[in-house]
Structures are given as structure tokens and as C-alpha cells.
Design a protein around this ligand. Structure first.
Ligand SMILES: NC(=O)c1ccc[n+]([C@@H]2O[C@H](COP(=O)([O-])OP(=O)(O)OC[C@H]3O[C@@H](n4cnc5c(N)ncnc54)[C@H](O)[C@@H]3O)[C@@H](O)[C@H]2O)c1
Ligand SMILES: Nc1ncnc2c1ncn2[C@@H]1O[C@H](COP(=O)(O)OP(=O)(O)OP(=O)(O)O)[C@@H](O)[C@H]1O
Length: 278
């Protein structure tokens, strides 16, 4: 089968663009087709398409940090993604740049031979409005609900309900609902637990709450609802980038998203990765 690959390189990063060019050459040499994102297409000689249209590719390669991979996941949904790490932490991107050409050409040869992609599924969360009809882009890391701004005078009163049962209610900077993938990100800075990536779970962590309850870990099919009062404005935010302004009183419902993200390629070692977080 003819394998089609999309390549997204971190914007304005020359190293990422050079690697994208090397991947295009290697893939075309191996008989596959390769396109790059539009920003990268301005820097290197390659066919460019919007990232949002790469959902029809067999594989999308993200070259950059965790933020670039989160962006690619938002744009291409369930299409298999492989991350090459040029960033600092690289929790989501297991492949080192020097191995990228070999790893990608091996994966593409596998797809050509078998017609399928071996990957692992990472759960996402979906946030919807209860009083108003809106939905955020599915979150691979976390949904955050916070007041007008982080810090003094910017918080709100947020009640957390777990499958309809009240768990906590306090004035706080916010509350975050994280996946195991997101447990090492914002959740960790707010005192939430690390959850090993092989665990199916959802984490609820209050952010600087006046009357705090311990962070809570529940099974993935649980509905978490967050009711915001005591503030003029609040926000619901998916993976730090996709946001919805709320006018409290407002309730946000967080449930499992239908489509997981499929990550392809070698797995990052969770315990080695933790050393990089300090
Ligand atoms: N105080 C904090 O820790 C804080 C604040 C805002 C956002 N964030 C995280 O940033 C994410 C958005 O990323 P961005 O690059 O667009 O914003 P960003 O540029 O603010 O990146 C924040 C940092 O989070 C790291 N990161 C992202 N996902 C991770 C994960 N699953 N495990 C470990 N580290 C991870 C990134 O490598 C980066 O160093 C959000 O989903 C949130 O988890 C963290
Ligand atoms: N090729 C691209 N086309 C369009 N937008 C891009 C592209 N690459 C990155 N972006 C934007 O940049 C954001 C990623 O942020 P950033 O580059 O700061 O994060 P990163 O990959 O985690 O890198 P670092 O670890 O160096 O911070 C994405 O959310 C997206 O909005």
C-alpha cells in the first residue's frame, strides 16, 4: 500500500524544519508520500497542507516539544501520531531527533506491509457546558476551570460533583480534571498525584483552594461536574490552549471523550521522564 505521512515541525524552529526536510527526502526515497504543515512549507521545499487536513494521512509526525504534539493531537484527532522530541521535557515525544529518520521509515515500512499502524491509545477528556451548549476540543492533558485570572483576587467558588455526589466546594484559583497523560503536567504543579500511564483513571485536583479536599482519582467513566459561582467571569480551558469564557453561575461537565489519541513509536520511559520534570 502507498503510505501517506504528514509532518508538523514546531513553528520558527530551524532544527525542526531541517529534520522535516530530511524526513520528506527519506520518505519519498522509500516510496511514501509526505506533506508538511503550511508554516514549515514556507521554509523548506515540500508540499504543504493545513495541519487540520492531515486527518486523512496514515501517520502524522510531530517535531517539537509537548506543546506541538498537543496542538497536532487537537488538529488531527484519532489519526496515529509519532512525536520527535526537540523540547525540554518531551513526555509525549519519545523519539530523539537523531533516530527520527530510522524510526519513521521503519514504521512506514510496517504500514506498507501490514496495512495497519501499531499504536497505543491515550484517553482524552471532553468538557461541555451544562447551562449553555458548547464543547471544548478534547483534552489529552487536562481540562482546567478557573476564575478571572490565576492568583490573588482572581479565583471563584467551585463545587466539584462526582457522578452527581458533592465532593468539595471551596473558593479556589480553579479546579483541574486530568488524564493519566496529564498527571505529569499542570496537575503535578498543583499538588495532584502522578498516575502511571498504564492506569485508566481521571484525576480531580483543586488549585490553591481555601478549604481543600485531597486530590481524587476516579475511574474513567465518571462524570465530573464543576459549578462556578462567586465570580463575574471564569474560563474552561482544554490543554492550556482551547478556551471558553463562562459567566457564572455556570456548570461544566467533564466526561471521557469518544476518540482517544493514538501514539505510535517507542514508548517514553515514565520513570526516566520524571527526572526531567525537576
Ligand atoms: N504551572 C504549570 O505547570 C502549567 C501551567 C500552564 C499549562 N501547563 C501545561 O501546559 C500544557 C500546554 O502545553 P503548551 O506547550 O501549550 O504550554 P506551555 O508552553 O505553557 O508548556 C508548559 C510545559 O508543560 C509541559 N508539558 C505539557 N504536557 C506535559 C505532559 N503530559 N507531561 C509533562 N509535561 C508536560 C511542556 O513540556 C512545557 O514545558 C497544558 O496542558 C498544561 O498541562 C502547565
Ligand atoms: N507548525 C505549526 N503550525 C502552526 N502552529 C504551530 C506550529 N508549531 C507550533 N505551533 C503553535 O505553537 C504551539 C506550541 O507551542 P511551543 O512551540 O511553545 O511548545 P512546545 O512544542 O512545547 O516547545 P517548547 O518545549 O520549546 O516550549 C502550538 O499550540 C501551536 O499553537
Amino acid at each position: 500500500m502507498d503510505v501517506a505521512v504528514g509532518i508538523v515541525a514546531q513553528r520558527d524552529n530551524e532544527r525542526a524544519q531541517d529534520l522535516a526536510a530530511a524526513l520528506v527526502d527519506a520518505l519519498e526515497g522509500a516510496g511514501a508520500s509526505a506533506v508538511v504543515d503550511e508554516a514549515t512549507g514556507e521554509a523548506i521545499a515540500a508540499t504543504a497542507v493545513p495541519v487540520g487536513s492531515m486527518g486523512d494521512r496514515d501517520l502524522v509526525v510531530s517535531i517539537g516539544g509537548d506543546g506541538t504534539l498537543l496542538f497536532v493531537a487537537r488538529e488531527v484527532g484519532p489519526t496515529p501520531i509519532m512525536g520527535v522530541n526537540l523540547g525540554e521535557v518531551g513526555f509525549l515525544n519519545a523519539v530523539a531527533p537523531e533516530n527520527a529518520v530510522d524510526v519513521v521509515t521503519d514504521i512506514v515500512a510496517d504500514i506498507a506491509r501490514t496495512g495497519r499502524v501499531e499504536g497505543r491509545e491515550l484517553a482524552r477528556l471532553r468538557a461541555t457546558g451544562v447551562d449553555e451548549d458548547w464543547t471544548l476540543a478534547p483534552a489529552l492533558n487536562e481540562i482546567v476551570v478557573h476564575g478571572r485570572r490565576r492568583g490573588h483576587g482572581g479565583g471563584a467558588t467551585i463545587e466539584v460533583r462526582v457522578d452527581g455526589q458533592s465532593y468539595a466546594e471551596s473558593h479556589a484559583d480553579g479546579v483541574l480534571v486530568a488524564t493519566p497523560t496529564g498527571s505529569t503536567a499542570y496537575n503535578l504543579s498543583e499538588g495532584g498525584p502522578l498516575v502511571h500511564p498504564a492506569t485508566d483513571a481521571v484525576i480531580v485536583t483543586q488549585m490553591a483552594a481555601a478549604e481543600s479536599m485531597p486530590p481524587l482519582v476516579v475511574e474513567p467513566d465518571t462524570e465530573i461536574s464543576l459549578t462556578v459561582t462567586g465570580a463575574d467571569t471564569a474560563y474552561a480551558i482544554s490543554d492550556g490552549r482551547n478556551r471558553r469564557r463562562l459567566e457564572p453561575p455556570a456548570t461544566v461537565s467533564v466526561t471521557p471523550a469518544a476518540d482517544p489519541v493514538t501514539l505510535v513509536g517507542p514508548r517514553a520511559n515514565f520513570f526516566d521522564g520524571l527526572d526531567k520534570l525537576e
